[in-house]
Ligand binder design. Sequence first.
Ligand code: CA
Length: 371
Amino acid sequence: MKITRVEPFHVSWGSGRGRSAWVRIWTDTGLFGLGEASPMVHGNASLEIIASAFTPALLGADPMEARVIQDRLFHEHIKVGPEGAYAAALAAVDIALWDLKGKALGQPVWKLLGGAWRRELPFYASIGGNGQRTVDEVCRVVEGWLELGPAQVKIRFDADKTTRDVDLAGDIAKARAVRTLVGDGFPLAFDSNNGYSVQGAIRVGRALEELGYVWFEEPVQHYHVESFAKVAAALDIAVSAGEQEYTLQGIKRLIEAGVDIVQPDIVKTGGFTGLGDMAALARAYGVDLVPHQTQPSIGHTANLHFVASLTHSHHPAEYNGPREIQDVVFKTPVRPTRGKFVLSDAPGLGLELDEDELKKRMVPWESSAAR
Ligand code: CA
């Protein structure tokens, strides 16, 4: 089997709804694989990297050799990366190659990853935008989410990254109100989205410990690794981070700083191949890996296959909510039933495209090299 065509494209979800950055990799067998890159700035930079830098190396390659392909691509243009859009471009290609591999072998990706530790995956409700809501509004939004049956709830603050410690007392009040709403014992997580100074984080973290929260996510700026070390050393609650890391070395630095849970993302960290290495690293250190993932279709499905293969994992998978507008391009959208995502035996990622619906929304990426 040989790669015959690499097709990076946007899927436009309608005005004001943004775009997804996808890649379809075709082979001489007629089979294709689907991948997705991180959506930052619509994934424009990743699509360009795939089109102009990666495609020449991919044409003619055997898609079954995903690890070797990734290593070659990683090193060939490493000065453009290795982080950010570059790692996300590697991720899109790798996810597509694993989808292809599964289709060629007639096996689901979770099985090719070594089998499923769990095939029924509980999820946690990842609820953003709480910095801008009142205490009451936060509770109403959480209440709505509880109807979907999450195993855990995470409240995110999505704060302005250029200001810190804007409303520590207000944030603690929201954390307390949500605890009262869900009752003692229900697992809760708190994500400051890099909103605090070390001192602010320690103050909020102590409140979260008292309220029985499971983890405290990105308390400080992600690039201040020393600040993570100070916060983690001062608190008993598990400190988590890693959604803004792209390399194995970046995750290693966080673990060595004392972060208790690492959260790399499959659409940013080299897909199954990159994330698999990070899982092995976390296991060696005895640190939990709970992937970040908020893209509702390909990224989310790829993440579920990956999470299913994580041995000894008991954490729920991140879920950013159903997006009906994005389901329309698939005949088989992945949705939870009674609080769980259940993985099927369908080959590859198990995503069946509705080609007519996709055509209506597809915007081919025209490489600047071809213009
Ligand atoms: Ca986060």
